[in-house]
Write a protein that binds this ligand. Sequence first.
Ligand SMILES: C[C@@](CO)(OP(=O)(O)O)[C@H](O)COP(=O)(O)OP(=O)(O)OC[C@H]1O[C@@H](n2ccc(N)nc2=O)[C@H](O)[C@@H]1O
Ligand SMILES: Nc1ncnc2c1ncn2[C@@H]1O[C@H](COP(=O)(O)OP(=O)(O)O)[C@@H](O)[C@H]1O
Length: 320
Amino acid sequence: MLDIARVAQDVEAREFAGMGSLKLVAPAKVNLYLNVKGVRDDGYHEVSTTMHALMLHDVLRMKIIPGTGEAVKLTTRSFEGLAPLDVDPQDNIVVKAILKLAEAFGRTLGEEETMRVHLEKRIPVQAGLGGGSSDAAAALLGSAVLWGESVLDPRIKEVAAQLGADVVFFLQGGCALYDGIGENLVRTLKPMNDFLVLVKPEGGVSTAESYKKLDEDPQPITTKDAEAAESAEYAMSVPLLNNMAKASEQLNPGIRTVREWLQEQPGVCNAMMSGSGAAVFAVCDSFASAAKVATDAQAKGWWARTTTFGPFKATLTTNC
Ligand SMILES: C[C@@](CO)(OP(=O)(O)O)[C@H](O)COP(=O)(O)OP(=O)(O)OC[C@H]1O[C@@H](n2ccc(N)nc2=O)[C@H](O)[C@@H]1O
Ligand SMILES: Nc1ncnc2c1ncn2[C@@H]1O[C@H](COP(=O)(O)OP(=O)(O)O)[C@@H](O)[C@H]1O
């Protein structure tokens, strides 16, 4: 079975060999600080949040092929113990991103040209790690490059903000404080490079459901704590706070089990759920501690990975 998967993967990768193909990386994130406030008229919530990019990443391969009638032809493959992505191509945020940017740039896809994309998933879904949002940011950059546009074109950021609250962050990356619905950059912080472990219990959490649950029982963060988080200049000085944690733990009790287990493990400095969950991250004192915690978490049947914080963002790595 594994051999079959490897051969299939080679076939997909071979399709992108040679001139005119791009390889992009789409990093995951965690929220060091997430303060959800009131609801706006459009149903979105005002937030104040500090996000930090991680080394863990998805990979996108992109190229333009002669028109097949389809605007975008997307294939996906999941790696490292992740289930296949259960999202129809037309609902995949990568396809939505390309269609929206094509519209903004006045390009017609399908007849003369089709955007061919292969997405390799390593970031789990419904984890609060921003995988879909990061894939969308990478797809915007890749499309712009393939269409001969500048990656600094302001329409890219405008489209990013229309696709989802977190997409803009992945164009900036590193560590940064956002407000609005999460799309408005307040300022950047100096990133850290510590080791962490990501652990996800069985099942996920729908972001929309978690916001709804939080409305039933709001968990205000004190002004003092908010000020401490929002005035930090270094990622390492941001206090870990997330007022969605209770709502998400009610929706998926496995999150609490994972968090409490992580908090007891040797070498773990601090552990907290990321975003709306269901992944919990544990900042560790060394690579050895992080690796041991990840191995022990996997032995308990949870998805777990060791990774590092870093100055990463959605990035074009090679013209392959
Ligand atoms: C909670 C956070 C924290 O970073 O991340 P995740 O846990 O999803 O990674 C974000 O606010 C998620 O951002 P993102 O995942 O881009 O959300 P979107 O696709 O824009 O919205 C999904 C749904 O979440 C709700 N939503 C999202 C953002 C926001 N500020 N208020 C909301 O109420 C809305 O119900 C919306 O329909
Ligand atoms: N490229 C994609 N990768 C992951 N999820 C996607 C993608 N495109 C659409 N989705 C849908 O978007 C939802 C949210 O994306 P996800 O990566 O799970 O973000 P988060 O865990 O940060 O909330 C997924 O549950 C899935 O249904």
